[in-house]
Design a binder for this molecule. Structure first.
Ligand code: NCD
Length: 309
């Protein structure tokens, strides 16, 4: 029995396969309903608190859009500088306070583990929209939903994760979902930005086929899905190191057409330079559809944790 009522969404590792399938089915249902109606009535009278202590475009706006499309409303802030954390208020106090106002909280914060701290003090369900270099489970869920939508099913795919696998929270959350499916994973990263050996070892123990390489074209040749990521500039202590690693992998249209024209290309966005803009109008370039799927997935999550589906 799948029951998300009152639950927090904190970490990709919290889900069973059955739960993942259920969330994707609800997201597909939301998509269908939005194709018929501009908005729904499901969350009328409910309020989402969108607390973003770190920059965001898609995650915040798609959470807000999701709540509005569900018929609910939103309060919140889009930067730590305009909240009382600028006056020295602790995260726990800010959350405890907002918890007095709202029914559900979506948050992003630069510190790993911050969403868990929030969940401990809040009565309202907390949806983690990114905690530093830690986790980003709602993004991972919309990524999974995008793979299912683009490829017909998740099982049977060979997924290349390329770029900053050390600091990228979307891939940290993503692998925890892919491990429930019959997928092969290929990690492509510069040596300095490899997926942590603990995560790779844990996936292998779980029975997942994982390969690591620095050769993007070789990985692309056998892939069905290529998931590109941005080098996470804001996580580097040394700006010179960022400058050296930036531009490590740049996907061009020529590469896709030559190596594997059938590839589904994803990216959580924002992109910097890791996908050339001439890739955008290839049929397999799915990243803007992926962003749209964020609304359906977040509608599903909000409605599920509030017990409205
Ligand atoms: C990602 C994030 O914030 O981790 N963006 C997003 O939520 N779509 C990826 C990134 O910033 O590189």
């Amino acid at each position: 029995m799948v029951d998300f009522r009152g639950k927090d969404i904190l970490d990709g590792a919290q889900f069973t396969r059955e739960e993942l399938e259920y969330i994707m089915n609800v997201a597909a249902d939301m998509r269908e309903r939005l194709e018929k109606h501009r908005s729904l009535d499901l969350m009328r009278g409910y309020i989402l608190g969108a607390l973003f202590f770190e920059p965001s475009t898609r995650t915040r706006l798609s959470f807000e859009t999701a709540m509005h499309r569900l018929g609910g409303s939103v309060v919140g802030f889009a930067s730590a500088g305009v909240s009382s954390s600028a006056k020295g208020e602790s995260l726990a106090d800010t959350i405890r306070n907002v918890d007095q106002y709202v029914d559900v909280i979506a948050m992003r914060h630069p510190q790993i583990g911050s969403a868990r701290i929030a969940a401990e003090v809040a009565e309202a369900p907390v949806l983690n929209g990114g905690d530093g270099a830690g986790q980003h489970p709602t993004q991972a869920l919309l990524d999974l939903f995008t793979i299912r939508s683009e490829r017909g099913q998740v099982d049977g795919n060979t997924i290349v994760l390329c770029g900053d696998l050390k600091y990228g929270r979307t891939v940290h959350a993503g692998v925890e979902l892919y491990k429930h499916y019959d997928c092969k994973l290929i990690f492509v990263a510069p040596d300095e930005l490899k997926m942590s050996p603990e995560i790779t070892a844990r996936l292998r123990e779980h029975g997942v086929q994982v390969e690591e390489t620095t050769d993007l074209e070789a990985a692309m040749a056998e892939a069905t899905v290529l998931y590109m990521t941005r080098i996470q500039k804001e996580r580097f202590e040394d700006p010179a190191e960022y400058k050296r690693l930036k531009g490590s992998y740049i996907l061009t249209r020529e590469m896709v057409e030559r190596v594997n024209p059938g590839l589904t290309i994803m990216h959580p966005l924002p992109r910097v330079d890791e996908i050339a803009t001439d890739v955008d109008d290839l049929p397999g370039a799915a990243y803007f559809r992926q962003a749209r799927n964020g609304v359906y997935t977040r509608m599903a999550l909000i409605a599920l944790v509030m017990g409205r589906v």
